[in-house]
Design a protein around this ligand. Structure first.
Ligand SMILES: [Zn+2]
Length: 564
């Protein structure tokens, strides 16, 4: 299903009063700077490019199935456009566009294919990239054109006039095939600073040929918000069609630049959920969306879906197999985490005193971080957060245990999963899923015959488990002890707990701690696990790395089953 642009065109400008003419048709001179508040647009189209620009990130590689699942998540969130990739550039993207019509049922988003303008000296109808774009049969396409004099003469090695014809011919060709055309003006901001006349002529060529949106790209990511606001305002003032923006985060300003652009009248914002992308990434839509919706009161995704933001951001992180950044604004696991002290007792009285928004609004939650520094009040808050009733005596007991364990090298601040299990046990609860009789790990390494052959390096684990009255012995191989133990445990109990199939480990971290007590080093293991929506961390500590790993693994599985 295709959505028509829902944003008022040219609905921006500056006025003294903000409320009266919001989204209205009249425009002021943006250059006049009358120090009034800007008239904000009513709505901004959110254009996600995770599947195209985002997948330029080092270490991020998606199969076609992964891409389809990411697209489903983006549609579930409610973005306006999903850029699916570059048909014809590689077999994977070609397959994606071939399968998308049958396998993707998009409810709110419009699928977009990406490509570039025709090559220099070639007719548009003879250009392979443009033909592939038409063949992708999406309702909309996005094409990139160089909007900087230097890039035209140095990188394309053609004339400025030919660059303008390339832009115009390509847009016209695609419009003749009834496609909605978004026009990515590459290196626009740098080009504008160098030769504004040429950069604006590129936009003009695209607009006259029928482009729906002129998207100003900060391809090198070096522009700062004050320049962005000034330049975007100038473009909005000059052109009748929708103006969009595409920022890279090399100066750490991609989100700020996107906001500045909207304030200046842009109504189409490109970026990636979680800010994926080459180098330092693209605009993080997980921050841009709530900033626009909650702070500026501008419609982005459907308002009732804003609470899907955190689960979708985590789900996509899992699909692209990159551990989420806990400090990510709005959706990070630490975004609303409060550590012991003054803070926690105050926040218990007034949430908004220490939180910039209500975390529920974006599907996140307040979290009280508990460590040995924690007092009774933090622990009580944590228990209340989990819905557990602990009397004063039980609370004192947990506090003692916590201090003792932290002294031995545990660190519950970063292991919310294990902490929760500890608190639950303090209420008298015992996990009844299975009982461990024993486990064993054997690791073989064989270098005879020279060349280390991976087939002769193997790790095998055996676990003996009681599930109810049934005793199960399971053995599995793995690429290391944790993997082998995880596989063996799943082999033993998987049939009894089908929900286990949706729970998997996503990160494993080991740190060697010097206890300074002459007893030898202690190993601390942290495991991150997800069920596709929530993410939890569990911990194990021992002088033996396999023992520490087992503790963390055991907690990870028990936590998952408790919440399944
Ligand atoms: Zn880009």
């Amino acid at each position: 299903m295709s959505s028509e642009p829902r944003t008022p065109r040219g609905g921006s400008g500056r006025a003294r009063g903000r409320a009266q003419s919001r989204g209205g048709g009249h425009r002021h001179s943006a250059a006049s700077h009358d120090f009034g508040l800007p008239v904000l647009p009513d709505a901004v189209d959110i254009f996600d490019t995770t599947l195209r620009d985002g997948s330029q990130q080092e270490g991020l590689s998606l199969t076609v199935d992964d891409k389809l699942r990411v697209a489903e998540q983006l549609d579930h969130l409610g973005v306006t456009f999903i850029e699916g990739g570059w048909p014809g550039a590689n077999p994977k993207d070609e397959e994606f566009f071939a399968r998308a019509p049958a396998e993707l049922r998009l409810s709110t988003a419009t699928l977009v294919a990406f490509g570039s303008t025709r090559r220099a000296g070639v007719r548009a109808e003879d250009d392979e990239v443009l033909r592939q774009l038409v063949k992708a049969s999406t309702p909309a396409v996005c094409i990139v054109a160089k909007a900087s004099e230097t890039h035209v003469t140095e990188a394309l090695r053609t004339t400025l006039d030919e660059a303008l014809r390339m832009a115009a011919d390509s847009v016209r060709f695609l419009r003749d095939h009834d496609l909605r055309v978004f026009f990515d003006a590459e290196h626009f901001f740098d080009g504008y600073r160098e030769n504004p006349e040429f950069s604006l002529r590129v936009l003009q060529a695209a607009e006259e040929a029928g482009a729906e949106a002129l998207v100003l790209c900060d391809t090198n990511g070096g522009t700062l918000p004050h320049d962005v606001e000034r330049i975007v305002a100038g473009v909005v003032e000059r052109f009748g069609c929708q103006v969009g923006v595409h920022f890279h985060n090399d100066s750490g300003c991609a989100v700020a630049n996107s906001i500045a652009s909207v304030r200046a009248g842009a109504t189409h914002v490109q970026g990636c959920v979680n800010g994926y992308g080459e180098r330092t990434g693209n605009t993080d839509l997980s921050a841009a969306i709530p900033n626009l919706s909650l702070k500026l009161n501008i419609r982005t995704i459907p308002p009732e879906r804003l609470e899907r933001l955190t689960p979708v951001a985590h789900h996509i992180a899992e699909l692209v197999n990159i551990a989420p950044n806990p400090q990510q604004p709005y959706v990070g696991s630490a975004a609303f985490a409060h550590k012991a002290g003054l803070h926690t007792s105050a926040i218990a009285r007034r949430r908004d005193a220490y939180e910039h928004i209500t975390p529920d609004a974006v599907g996140n939650g307040t979290r009280f971080v508990v460590s040995e520094m924690a007092g009774r009040s933090t622990l009580a808050l944590k228990a209340a957060e989990l819905g557990l009733e602990l009397d004063s005596e039980a609370l004192g007991g947990v506090l003692d245990t916590l201090k003792e364990l932290e002294h031995r090298g545990y660190h519950f601040e970063v292991a919310d999963g294990s902490l929760e299990l500890l608190l639950r046990r303090a209420t008298g609860w015992q996990p009844a899923f299975f009982e461990v009789e024993s486990f064993r790990v054997i690791s073989d390494h064989d270098e005879r015959g020279g060349d280390p052959d991976p087939r002769r390096q193997s790790t095998e684990a055996t676990v003996k488990i009681l599930v109810g009255d049934t005793r199960v012995v399971a053995t599995a191989e793995g690429n290391g002890p944790v993997n082998a133990l995880d596989s063996a445990l799943r082999g033993a109990i998987g049939d009894h707990f089908p929900s286990l199939a949706g729970i998997h480990l996503i990160d494993y971290r080991v740190r060697v701690l010097d206890t300074g007590r002459g007893t030898g080093a202690v190993t601390r293991v942290l495991i991150d696990t997800t069920d596709g929506e929530a993410l939890w961390t569990t911990i194990g500590v021992s002088e033996n790395i396999i023992e520490a790993s087992w503790q963390a693994l055991y907690d990870s599985i028990v936590y998952g089953l408790t919440h399944a």
